[in-house]
Design a binder for this molecule. Structure first.
Ligand SMILES: [Zn+2]
Length: 83
């Protein structure tokens, strides 16, 4: 297995796209570069898990500001009437 394939598999696993253990973990034994990469990924992961993520409300507010969804309590948006 090549480094790129291995990292793709691990990244998918970390993102929860794949269940169980990531494939090709044996690659780590023979590849210091990927071992280091996984270690960094784990550290990053623990940091993001420890930090409180943005709330659902915050996310909705952001989407509303971006015009993706109507804002809370608003919903007027653009006036379609041309007088
Ligand atoms: Zn590798």
């Amino acid at each position: 297995m090549r480094c790129g394939e291995f990292r793709d598999a691990v990244a998918a696993w970390v993102d929860g796209e794949a269940g169980g253990e990531p494939v090709g973990m044996g690659h780590l034994a023979g590849c210091a570069g990927c071992a280091e990469w996984v270690e960094g990924l784990r550290r990053l992961r623990s940091l993001t898990e420890a930090a409180p993520g943005p709330s659902e409300e915050w996310e909705r507010g952001l989407l509303a500001r971006l015009g993706v969804v109507p804002g809370p309590g608003g919903g007027e948006g653009y006036s379609s009437g041309v007088h």
